[in-house]
Design a binder for this molecule. Structure first.
Ligand SMILES: Cc1cc2nc3c(=O)[nH]c(=O)nc-3n(C[C@H](O)[C@H](O)[C@H](O)COP(=O)(O)OP(=O)(O)OC[C@H]3O[C@@H](n4cnc5c(N)ncnc54)[C@H](O)[C@@H]3O)c2cc1C
Length: 427
């Protein structure tokens, strides 16, 4: 059933859909003599999502947080990459369908992560700026900068304010991080780049439906982040839901509205979907139900790892948090388990080793919950820097990010404020 031209060999073929944290950890460990590994991803690079907000706020170049798959695996034997978006899984005949053809497998691992959840609201989907990929982060950067350019000469006071109002929906880690980064931009960059704009004209709103920001972290962390962001002049609104976006205005559940041309939507995710998956394999937000070995319900050669899967245990009855460490640990364990399957050995069940949670809102301002230890301020910020720098793929990328951070820290500036738009082919 193969129309994609990858030779069949005596090795068993493992097809991995998605080269995010989970897929990459698995492919890294699996490559070698045991299996033929085929990675299929809709992008030709791995993206480091935790720093997307710094690309969106013109603090980092996109290439610093992206790494090409072909380079990453160039020295690995029995590895193949195909750039394609998988559309369907035909599990009774062991093959996948993509726009570039079909490909058979012995083992299939779904590691396709999640996409933004607009909760079925088409108005919001069309207007909002999500932040799940490098392309989306660049669109956000372009929009922010374009709106500032337009605001300068706007003669209608209401339209001008809409260009200068930034509304962020979702007070999780991504929401507070982008709010902090934009607040620093408002304080340090806008007065220099746009001296004819008064800085008080730029308003940043952060709207969260639950009663506190960072509601998956400790109450101490939430309280510190609330204090940091309030001091940074971010307008925080909690226990309010955004219900619609009509005529350029965000509509809230209490009837209030905010006019804005910049609606940043980081309020939830839903699993990537594929044809051919039975309904009884789907849990909340489309996550794929797996057992303790990450096997999809009712299948022995079909696995799901990372954000896309729903794996429960007594401490996590609603599934593990959708964070990078879970994805990496599941990928690494599955590599070992697949080798065990081939040897006829016993499989090891997954158990998440939670090392803690971190979030930053700007220079010297971060929070960290590391088991029972709660850190905030400079120490938490230093931990955040080290953890993220360590996790970025590639020595050059690590260096580029470090240099950018040092430059930003010392100079309070970064000259990446370009509006780059790609020209559609044939225009
Ligand atoms: C803005 C942001 C900030 C975050 N910050 C943190 C943080 O600070 N700390 C933390 O631990 N976690 C953070 N996360 C969460 C973390 O990034 C995820 O938990 C992690 O990426 C999950 O890894 P994954 O491999 O399951 O999926 P992903 O990393 O999302 O990778 C999925 C891959 O699948 C590919 N793909 C999707 N659909 C298809 C298809 N149909 N066909 C082919 N390929 C496909 C995608 O291109 C992608 O490469 C953040 C996430 C975001 C969006």
């Amino acid at each position: 059933m193969d129309t994609i031209k990858i030779p069949r060999t005596s090795q068993k073929r493992v097809v991995i859909i998605g080269g995010g944290f989970a897929g990459l950890a698995l492919a890294d460990k699996l490559c070698g003599d045991h299996f033929q590994v085929v990675l299929v991803d809709r992008h030709n690079y791995h993206q480091f999502q935790p720093l997307l907000y710094q690309v969106a706020s013109a603090g980092l170049e996109p290439s610093s947080i992206s790494f090409p798959f072909r380079k990453n695996f160039s020295k690995k034997r029995n590895f193949y990459f195909r750039m394609a978006a998988v559309t369907r899984i035909v599990s009774d005949q062991n093959y996948i369908e993509t726009p570039i053809g079909t490909l058979s497998y012995d083992y299939l691992v779904i590691a396709a992560g999640t996409t933004t959840n607009f909760f079925g609201n088409e108005n919001i989907r069309k207007a909002a700026l999500p932040m799940k990929s490098v392309e989306e982060a660049l669109t956000l950067r372009n929009t922010l900068l374009y709106n500032l350019e337009r605001a300068l000469d706007c003669t209608d006071a209401d339209q001008k304010q809409a260009l200068l109002n930034i509304v962020i929906v979702g007070g999780g880690a991504t929401g507070v991080e982008i709010a902090g980064a934009l607040s620093e931009m408002k304080r340090y960059i806008i007065p220099k780049d746009y001296p004819d704009l008064a800085d008080h004209e730029v308003n940043i709103y952060l709207i969260e439906g639950s009663s506190r920001l960072l509601n998956v972290m400790s109450e101490e962390a939430s309280a510190h982040v609330y204090k940091f962001l309030t001091e940074m002049e971010v307008n925080i609104i909690t226990e309010i839901h955004v219900t619609d976006y009509v005529d350029g205005k965000v509509i809230m559940s209490d009837g209030q509205t905010i006019a804005t041309n910049t609606l940043i939507w980081v309020s939830g995710v839903t699993a990537e979907r594929f044809g051919g998956i039975a309904d009884d394999c789907l849990a909340r937000a489309g996550r794929l139900v797996v057992n303790e070995f990450n096997q999809l319900k009712g299948h022995s050669n079909l696995f799901a790892i990372g954000d896309i899967c729903m794996q429960t245990e007594p401490d996590f009855p609603n599934g593990y948090p959708q964070v990078a460490p879970v994805a990496i640990q599941q990928g690494e364990l599955l590599a070992k388990n697949l080798m065990q399957v081939e040897k006829g050995g016993a499989l090891t069940p997954f158990k998440y080793k939670d090392k803690g949670s971190l979030a930053t809102v700007g220079r010297n301002k971060a929070v960290a919950d590391i088991k029972k230890i709660k850190l905030q301020g400079f120490v938490a910020w230093a931990v955040w820097l080290l953890v993220h720098l360590r996790s970025i793929l590639g020595v050059k990328n690590k260096l580029m990010v470090l240099i950018n951070w040092i430059w930003n820290y010392v100079m309070y500036d970064q000259s990446l404020r370009f509006i780059f738009r790609s020209r559609p082919k044939g225009d």
